[in-house]
Design a protein around this ligand. Structure first.
Ligand code: ZN
Length: 340
């Protein structure tokens, strides 16, 4: 595994530790973390308006969760970023998770997977629903390694997860293929909890209120608390991140993947405000949130935002690292106040 060569000073680290007062963040540097082979690393790659998350598992193994963009991302840069973190001689992704069949979650995969061996695919939907570009053809060619998750496919709170390995960490599927009348494709999103000893990151795809409610009804609320939440559906206010969901997850830190000036005004100010009762205070960094006036997307730049909430739109690539006890969140120091 590669270290974060070329990355600047650690931007922020909220450290979950025994003896720390609740909500009392500390700063740390990546040098304080365990050696790379023992680390969990979750890369929220800046793809513009879309989602692409690469997981480097402690003890070995790589998972890619979605990779697509509606615009504002650099296809070649994203491919290079991922390839740099795979074995140079035999590039391999052990598990590819396709949360749901929307192009902003898969339309970069044609390029990214070129020359890469994939061990297994977990997905919702059928291959012909992944019709943007040639990706449905790729899925048909790889039918033998595809596992389609249904509403009844999810993991329990303990024991070995059934669907996805991640070295010394665990990935638990909390929901998949939820049927809903509202925003039905998004509601099908695979929701995956990455657990490494005392550290939890929750990946939500474009999960909606209906998906959230299935999970809230399925698991004990105390068990659902996570250190880091990937905010659902790029920070959509009308479909995702209910107040009950925010309270149950109670994240110390949250990440959103969105384009700088996307037409949806993601992430919405109200979604960020639903999370700030729970997130930790942190060093000042830029945030850009939006709202809608009629059909017009409006944005406000907050250059000195001090909640532990980060957006790929303003913070670029964001990397969450953990040794299972402590964790750190690093991002590109060239934080933006304008689109690239
Ligand atoms: Zn999306």
């Amino acid at each position: 595994m590669k270290r974060l060569d070329g990355w600047g000073v650690l931007a922020v680290a909220a450290v979950a530790c025994g003896g720390c007062a609740a909500g009392d963040p500390r700063t740390a540097s990546l040098a304080m973390m365990a050696s790379a082979a023992d680390e969990l690393r979750v890369h929220f790659i800046d793809v513009g308006q879309g989602d692409c998350t690469l997981i480097e598992c402690p003890g070995g193994g790589v998972i890619l969760v979605d990779c697509g963009s509606l615009g504002g991302g650099d296809r070649d840069r994203v491919k290079a970023y991922i390839r740099e973190r795979l074995d140079a001689n035999a590039p391999r992704i052990d598990t590819l998770i396709l949360t749901h069949p929307d192009a902003d979650h898969y339309n970069l995969l044609d390029d990214v997977l070129d020359g890469v061996t994939v061990g297994k695919v977990l997905m919702t939907g059928t291959s012909d629903e992944y019709s943007s570009g040639d990706f449905s053809a790729w899925l048909d060619e790889h039918e033998s390694i595809v596992k389609r998750l249904r509403p009844t496919d999810f993991d329990t709170t303990d024991g070995e997860p059934k669907y996805c390995g991640c070295g010394d960490a665990q990935v638990r599927i909390l929901a998949a293929d939820v049927a809903a009348a509202a925003s039905p494709t998004n509601a099908r999103s695979i929701v995956a909890l990455v657990q490494y000893e005392d550290f939890d990151v929750l990946l939500t795809g474009d999960a909606t209120f209906d998906t959230e409610n299935v999970i809230l009804g399925r698991y004990d609320q105390a068990w659902l608390e996570c250190e880091v939440l990937k905010i659902g559906h790029h920070g959509s206010e009308t479909t995702s991140t209910s107040e009950a969901w925010a309270a149950a997850i109670s994240p110390e830190a949250a990440i959103v993947s969105a384009g700088y000036s996307n037409r949806f005004a993601h992430p919405r100010k109200k979604v960020i405000q639903r999370l700030t009762p729970f997130t930790a205070a942190e060093n000042a960094h830029p945030m850009r949130w939006g709202w809608s006036e009629g059909t017009t997307a409006k944005f406000e730049n907050l250059p000195d935002f001090t909640e532990a909430i980060y957006s790929t739109a303003t913070n670029g690539d964001i990397v969450v690292s953990s040794d299972g006890t402590e964790y750190a969140i690093a991002f590109d120091q060239r934080a933006r106040t304008q689109p690239r």
